[in-house]
Each structure stands twice: as structure tokens, then as C-alpha cells.
Design a protein around this ligand. Structure first.
Ligand code: ADP
Ligand code: MG
Length: 660
């Protein structure tokens, strides 16, 4: 049922939910809490400074409300909890003022500021909470819709329809509960035991379906017929000889493999894995050239517009003496521009198309798509990739990934692909020197920056990462800009880039940083993936502790892209031990292993909810044993042929496999 039909959801909320992928009640039901708070009454005598507090009491004074601006306000009042009279402050609840009168009984949830005899409340409850511990689900907010609101909507659902995918015999094997019960309890657990049982079902189902798809893709691959091509290898070698640099051995062997794959009657399904800066792009370009020589269209999909645009410039440059039509298709083109591109693609007036998700939009019809390349593969989900594949008859597929995945995991996940690894860096590269500084050392950092500025090198300055809010991101960027202007405003030009900017603004800044006057580029992580500015030799990352190690590694890979000595400075007053790993190694595989040990998979695979491995509940690392069982179980089911008895599993697989 459409989410708009649910009680309590108005048109505005509906729109926000839908634009975040929650279209139906079913989608909402599978939006699970990311944690639970156990609510039980605090004993104030036992609490320490900043402890969490949940306490009943009686309002002792009329509240006063102070407005900072239209959106921000602070309310305070006195609160009697028996033996103590406390101050209470709570932000942005000014609208409750009229309900908070002396004598009213409340439950407050918040933080205890013992020193100031104050409760900094995060929530006020008027109806008395039960005295037994309550397990309260907490949801990630969705575009400003709070956890409380989400909980409310879910509680408004009257009839819950769930589709159970785990076959009965497997439910018995693992003593799993019914899915319906699991779903109800995940949103409203009565006890920790309930919650554990729910998790057990839901995690298993999630991993089982994932492995079932993977295993069946693998099975199908065995007899997949690809495109027929006959390409003259000497033409390819000629092209390679004309490149401005000599390919590394690993690049060359990846190219050889790709050439073989493309010319074989089987369909290519290959992953090129290589650390940041190892030179995967040129391998992709050569693949596109082979594909072009055999008369097919090629598509190159990148995760961001900045990166797509960079690829465009790069390809145009490399192919400048060839008569190859290359175009860009991204979401931010005007409708009319898009239409023109669609037409030209259909008529085969475009040989190579580069773009973002727009490449897989419904409206795109290729004339004879022969090769699809996905750059920074880990950023795309399975479905998006499958969609793109579906555009051609049976195009060959190449993925590029800089996220080094530890081998055991890679084999499980990418079991259906062939893998080429680029292990050696292009020659002449110097190891990036990485240091860790505290905010007190900022003078030293500025001094280092000045050295590079004098050399006419370029510098990235990365603003702290704040996951939840674009607004705070912007504030951070602006603060840094002030700092940099006061330090270097007189000696060089400073540019700014963040996610809120229009595409053409971003492109302009990027272009000016790459080839023009901008010497220092202050940015959020929008530059994180793939961006290539050769004479950038320094990166300064503020509040580095906010980033995962793999992400820092990706960021750091933006410098050290030629034979100049490059530097990376991490600024952080916290988590020195973890961050020190970055100063000790530039080996992406080592770093990802460490990350894996320290933080689990979420971080390893980049932005949450965009990669294959971002399960709703399961944690790739913590639940690896369940994954292995799911792998075996799904394989058995496929091998036995009994899978045909489960129509809902078949439907699921058919949609996955057809798209492939
Ligand atoms: P990534 O693997 O991170 O995508 P790129 O493909 O962007 O890396 O390559 C990084 C840089 O190295 C680019 O500037 C590219 O032109 C350069 N490069 C790639 N291969 C070689 C090579 N064999 N010799 C010298 N430079 C190379
Ligand atoms: Mg790249």
C-alpha cells in the first residue's frame, strides 16, 4: 500500500519519505531502528556528570523561553524530583510552553549536568512511562522527520503484510520465529530476548537472500553467451604505445585479460581492483577503445558528477586524434539536453557515453551497447548495476574498485566475478608523508602549507565530516574558509567546494583548481572519489577522527599523483591510536583490514546505504558466520533444484537474473 494512505502522513511527509525511497507501507516497515534505548528510571544519587538521566518529577516554575532565531529556542524551568530542586533546559520545544505549568507531573529524558544542577533534556513525556524498563527503538531521521515521528507512523500501521522468504525447513533448522512476529518486535520489543529473536530471523533472511542472488548469478554466468568481436590486437598495442606513459606490468596484464574476455564468446564480468592512484582509469579507457574498435557503444558510469566530468575531459584528451564521439549524461543536464543525448544514443551518433546514474534512467535506449564500465564500483548497489546491464543485449561488464576488500570477504561477495588486481603503483611515485597533529599545532600546519604554496603546488583542505546535516557541513566549510583567508588570503587564491553547490559551479571550481589560479581548495568529501589533480601535493584533513581509515585513505589518494613529494596532515585531538595507522602505512589493503577490525564493515564500504554490503540489519563482519551459513544453505537449495517450489524466491531471483 502506498505510504500516502497511512494515517498521520500528510502530503509533505509523503514527499520526503518517497524521495528517500520509502514508497510503500512495506518499505516503512523495513526501515529498522539503528539502535535501542533502554529506558529505566535513574537514581539521581548514583549519577555522574553527563550521565544519561530519566526521571519523574513535578514542574515548580513557569518556563521561560528564549528565542535565538526563528528556528532555535531554549526553554528553562525548575523541576522538583523529591529531595532535589533542579534546573531543566530543553532546546526547540518552546511550543510546549503552555503545557508546562507548576504542578504538572513529567518524565524527563536527557543528560545530567551535575555541576550545574541541571538536566539538559532531550525529551519531555507528559504521560507517565511505565516503571519497568522500556526498550525504545531509535531511528535515523529521514530528511528532517524525527525518530519519534517515524515511530509514530509505524505504530499507526493497522494491518501488517510481510512476505516471508526463509523456507520452512531452514526456519526449523535455526529455530527462527515467524517473520511477522520478528517485524513487529523489531519495532516494539518487549524484552531483549524478543529483540534477539527478531534479529536472528531478519538478519538470516537478509543474508540468505543476498547469498541466494549471488550464488544464482554465479551459476548463470557459467553459460552466458557474450558478444562476438574480432579485434586486431596490433591496433590496441599501437594505441597503448602512443600513451604519454608506459603501462605498469599489472596494468598491462589487466588489459590482456580484458582483451581476451572481450574477444571470447563468453560474457565478460570482471573486477579491476587497485589501490587509489594505481591507474585503473587508463585500463578502463583501453577497454573502451577495444570495444569501440569492434563497433559497439560503450558506457562509463561514475558515482559523482565531478568525477564523470573529469573522465569526460580525460577521455576527450586521450582520444583527441581519433574520430570517436564522446558525450556526458548526468542528472543535472537540462531536459532538452538530455533528450538530445537520448536521440543521439539511439541513432548511434555517440560512441562513448560517460555519466552518473542518469545512464541507467528508464529513458535511455542504447543502439548497441557493448561494454559497461562502473567506476568506484563499491558505491553502487546491485540493482543500479543490474539496470545498466539490462540496457544492452548482453554487454560486457567491467568494474573498477579502489576499496580493497580483504580476500576472504571478496571471494564471498564477488564470487561471480573474475578479478584483476593492480598492485604496483606507476613508477616514480614517492610515498606520501603523513603526520598527525593536534589543533594546538595549527601553526606548524600552516607553515607546512606555506612551503607548498611557495613551490606553486596545490593543497586540499578537507572540512570535518558531519553525517547528518548539509547545513552544518556548510558552516564548517565557511569557518575553514575564514581561517584560510586570514592565513593565506594575501598570497594565493582560495576556492570552496561542497555538496550544496550546483554542478556547473563545482565544475568551475574544480577546473580552476586543476588548471587555474586556485591554490587551496577547501572541500567536504565531495572530492573524495577519483578526482585527479596532478600537482596537488598536500592534503590537510580537519577533525580527522570523524573519518574511517579507509575513507581517509581514499581522501589521501588525491595527492601523490606524480613524482613530487606529497604530504597529508591529519588534524585531530582524539583517537590518536587509530589515526596513527595512517602515518605508518599507505597500503590500502592493510588499512582496510585495520578498519575492518576496528569498525566493522559500514565504514569500509564507503557511504552507508549505497553499496552492496550495506545490509539493513546484518553487519558484514560481526555476522560473517551467519553469512557463511546462508551461503551454504542457499547453494544447497539451488543445487537441489527444490528452489522451484518456492515461488516468491523464484520471483525474486528472476527479477535479479533477468536484469543481469
Ligand atoms: P585510480 O586507480 O585511483 O583511478 P587513476 O587512474 O586516476 O588512479 O591514475 C592516477 C594517476 O596516475 C593519473 O594521473 C594517471 O594519468 C596516472 N597514471 C596511470 N597509469 C600510469 C603509468 N603507468 N605511469 C605513470 N602515470 C600513470
Ligand atoms: Mg579512479
Amino acid at each position: 500500500m502506498d505510504i500516502g494512505t497511512l494515517k498521520g502522513i500528510g502530503p509533505k511527509t509523503e514527499k520526503i519519505l518517497k524521495s528517500n525511497g520509502i514508497m510503500t507501507i512495506k518499505d516503512l516497515v523495513s526501515y529498522y531502528p539503528f539502535r535501542y534505548d533502554v529506558i529505566k528510571r535513574s537514581n539521581i544519587d548514583e549519577l555522574l556528570q553527563d550521565d544519561k538521566i530519566i526521571i519523574d518529577g513535578i514542574v515548580e516554575s513557569k518556563p521561560s523561553v528564549f528565542f535565538f532565531n526563528k528556528k532555535m529556542n531554549k526553554m528553562s524551568f525548575k523541576f522538583n524530583i523529591g529531595n532535589y530542586l533542579m534546573n531543566v533546559v530543553i532546546f526547540n520545544r518552546g511550543f510546549l510552553k503552555s503545557k508546562i505549568n507548576p504542578g504538572v507531573t513529567l518524565t524527563l529524558i536527557g543528560k545530567f549536568d551535575k555541576i550545574h544542577n541541571t538536566i539538559v533534556a532531550s525529551d519531555i513525556r507528559f504521560s507517565k512511562l511505565p516503571n519497568i524498563p522500556v526498550i525504545e527503538p531509535i531511528y535515523h531521521q529521514i530528511g528532517g522527520i524525527s525518530s519519534n515521528q517515524i515511530r509514530g507512523y509505524i505504530n499507526n500501521i493497522e494491518t501488517l503484510e510481510v512476505e516471508e522468504y526463509v523456507p520452512e525447513y531452514l526456519k526449523e533448522k535455526y529455530k527462527l520465529i515467524e517473520k511477522k512476529e520478528a517485524v513487529i518486535n523489531i519495532h516494539n520489543p518487549k524484552s531483549e530476548l524478543d529483540l534477539r529473536k527478531s534479529m536472528a530471523y531478519l538478519k538470516y533472511e537478509e543474508l540468505f537472500l543476498f547469498m541466494l542472488k549471488m550464488n544464482s548469478l554465479k551459476k548463470n554466468k557459467k553459460n552466458k553467451i557474450g558478444l562476438k568481436r574480432e579485434v586486431d590486437k596490433s591496433l590496441v598495442m599501437e594505441f597503448i604505445d602512443k600513451l604519454p606513459f608506459k603501462l605498469t606490468t599489472d596494468q598491462m596484464s589487466a588489459v590482456d585479460k580484458i582483451f581476451e574476455d572481450l574477444n571470447s564468446p563468453n560474457r565478460m564480468n570482471r573486477l579491476v581492483q587497485g589501490d587509489v592512484g594505481s591507474g585503473k582509469t587508463i585500463v578502463a579507457i583501453i577497454a573502451l577503445y577495444i570495444n569501440y574498435l569492434s563497433g559497439y557503444q560503450g558506457a562509463l558510469m561514475a558515482p559523482t558528477e565531478v568525477l564523470a566530468h573529469q573522465h569526460l575531459l580525460n577521455l576527450k584528451n586521450i582520444f583527441k586524434n581519433y574520430n570517436i564521439n564522446i558525450e556526458l549524461l548526468t542528472g543535472s543536464l537540462k531536459v532538452s539536453e538530455k533528450k538530445t543525448i537520448y536521440k543521439r544514443l539511439e541513432k548511434k551518433q555517440i560512441d562513448i557515453i560517460i555519466g552518473t546514474h542518469a545512464l541507467i534512467s528508464e529513458d535511455v535506449n542504447y543502439n548497441n551497447l557493448g561494454l559497461v564500465i562502473t567506476d568506484e564500483q563499491h558505491r553502487f548497489g546491485v540493482n543500479q548495476r543490474s539496470n545498466l546491464k539490462n540496457k544492452g543485449i548482453t554487454p560486457d561488464i567491467l568494474y573498477l574498485s579502489a576499496t580493497p576488500i580483504p580476500r576472504t570477504y571478496a571471494l564471498t561477495i564477488y564470487g561471480d566475478m573474475d578479478v584483476s588486481s593492480i598492485k604496483t603503483m606507476p613508477s616514480g611515485r614517492k610515498e606520501i608523508i603523513t603526520s598527525l597533529k593536534s589543533n594546538n599545532d595549527i601553526k606548524d600546519v600552516l607553515e607546512l602549507m606555506y612551503q607548498e604554496i611557495k613551490e606553486k603546488h596545490k593543497i586540499y583542505v578537507i572540512a570535518p565530516l558531519i553525517e547528518e546535516s548539509d547545513k552544518i557541513d556548510l558552516e564548517n566549510v565557511n569557518k575553514l574558509e575564514e581561517k584560510m583567508i586570514s592565513a593565506f588570503g594575501k598570497v594565493c587564491k582560495i576556492g570552496v567546494m561542497h555538496g550544496k553547490m550546483e554542478k556547473n559551479e563545482k565544475d568551475k571550481v574544480m577546473e580552476e583548481f586543476k588548471n587555474g589560479d586556485i591554490t587551496i581548495l577547501i572541500s567536504t568529501t565531495v572530492i573524495e572519489v577519483g578526482v585527479d589533480v596532478k600537482n596537488a601535493t598536500m592534503m590537510v584533513i580537519f577533525d580527522a577522527y570523524r573519518f574511517g581509515l579507509s575513507q581517509l585513505h581514499q581522501l589521501r589518494g588525491r595527492v601523490g599523483r606524480n613524482d613530487l613529494q606529497s604530504y597529508c596532515v591529519l588534524i585531530s585531538d582524539r583517537e590518536a591510536e587509530r589515526l596513527n595507522i595512517m602515518t605508518q602505512t599507505t597500503d590500502g589493503f592493510k588499512i582496510s583490514e585495520e578498519d575492518f577490525k576496528l569498525r566493522g564493515s559500514g565504514d569500509l564500504f564507503g557511504v552507508r546505504q549505497s553499496g552492496d554490503m550495506n545490509f539493513r540489519l546484518a553487519d558484514f563482519k560481526k555476522d560473517f558466520n551467519i553469512l557463511l551459513r546462508a551461503k551454504e544453505d542457499s547453494n544447497e537449495l539451488l543445487e537441489s533444484g527444490n528452489i522451484n517450489n518456492y515461488s516468491n524466491l523464484m520471483t525474486l531471483l528472476n527479477s535479479a537474473v533477468n536484469l543481469d
